[in-house]
Ligand binder design. Structure first.
Ligand SMILES: NC(=O)c1ccc[n+]([C@@H]2O[C@H](COP(=O)([O-])OP(=O)(O)OC[C@H]3O[C@@H](n4cnc5c(N)ncnc54)[C@H](OP(=O)(O)O)[C@@H]3O)[C@@H](O)[C@H]2O)c1
Length: 292
């Protein structure tokens, strides 16, 4: 059921992103009025009358204030950068000031940690606990799309890491976005409600099984080389990756995959959407071209 009046405005920060763009699409298809916020809105859909594209400058408080003005719900789905916590907290404070009722924040499946951006998400969640605004926190498991981020390494037979052999319940970004959209359209994400949603895929796979699925999809053997964290750090730094990206990849390998934290499975996606989440093998089949 769609309980959102078309006159109620949903502002989406991170509207050009992997999750944010699907949320904008889903909300507008469901009849909501959407304000897409972007640092560079020129690439956004201009044909849909339900969507207004607005430029936002996160360094300018008045730009942030006008970006959220008049919205009932603010979706925050910003990409990771050193500025993420600062930008998201500025959005939340502007929303509180403007009388926005509810924030839907795309956060992360996490635990107290020094890994960025997990600690940044924690900082933003802590901030939400201190201000007067309703919220829906989406805490998704690592995205299935991270397999796609390994495509160049896979193509060059360089894929590997310290993830160990346990399975991980990766989630499709479209399911994260679909949950956000459904919560907003149904009215569950509204007013002073405050709740966290822990989102996982339907059945996890380990890295060796993922390699087998990719191999079948492209007709060539793909292997994951198991490395120690130190070996992995040296391998990634030699490829020119930034230090924080390397520490994020190793941190997720060690603290999330190898530890078994990513083996957890929740029924939340299916409860909210009334259908199971998309599977890792289906994602690999759909995206096989990336690995050829
Ligand atoms: N990757 C994972 O496995 C995973 C798992 C769980 C949770 N998450 C979290 O999910 C959230 C959304 O992820 P996503 O992949 O949809 O994000 P994304 O596509 O990387 O970025 C979303 C948007 O954020 C905006 N943005 C604003 N300031 C930015 C900055 N300084 N640096 C980069 N982007 C900036 C950009 O839009 P404009 O340029 O148009 O403003 C960008 O398109 C992130 O906070 C991430 O930590 C990720």
């Amino acid at each position: 059921m769609n309980d959102v009046s078309p006159r109620r405005l949903v502002a989406v920060a991170g509207a050009t992103g992997r999750v944010g763009s699907v949320i904008v699409e889903g909300l507008s298809a469901g009849g909501a009025t959407v304000r897409s916020l972007s640092r560079t809105p020129s690439g956004l859909d201009t044909a849909n009358p339900q969507i207004t594209n607005v430029h936002i400058d996160y360094a300018n408080p008045s730009s942030i204030a006008s970006a959220v003005e008049g919205a009932s719900v603010l979706v925050i789905s910003l990409g990771s950068s050193d500025d993420q916590a600062h930008q998201e907290i500025a959005l939340i404070d502007a929303a509180v000031h403007a009388g926005v009722e509810h924030v839907v924040k795309v956060s992360s499946w996490s635990w107290p940690s020094r890994i960025h951006p997990l600690d940044w998400h924690q900082e933003v969640e802590d901030h939400l606990s201190k201000v007067d605004i309703g919220y829906s926190l989406l805490r998704p498991m690592t995205f299935t799309a991270v397999i796609g981020a390994q495509a160049e390494l896979i193509k060059n037979n360089l894929w590997g890491g310290a993830a160990g052999t346990r399975h991980a319940n990766l989630i499709d970004v479209r399911d994260v976005a679909d949950v956000a959209t459904r919560l907003i359209l149904s009215g569950e994400a509204s007013g002073s409600n405050r709740r966290a949603y822990h989102l996982t895929g339907p059945d996890g796979l380990g890295v060796d099984a993922i390699a087998e699925h990719i191999s079948r999809a492209i007709g060539r053997t793909v292997k994951y080389t198991h490395r120690t964290p130190d070996e992995q750090r040296a391998a990634l730094l030699s490829l020119g990756m930034s230090e924080w990206t390397v520490e994020l990849i190793i941190g997720i390998d060690v603290e999330s995959f190898a530890s078994g934290a990513s083996t957890e499975k929740t029924s939340t996606v299916e409860t909210v959407l009334g259908r199971p989440p998309r599977s890792i093998p289906d994602w690999i089949t759909e995206n096989a071209e990336l690995f050829r």
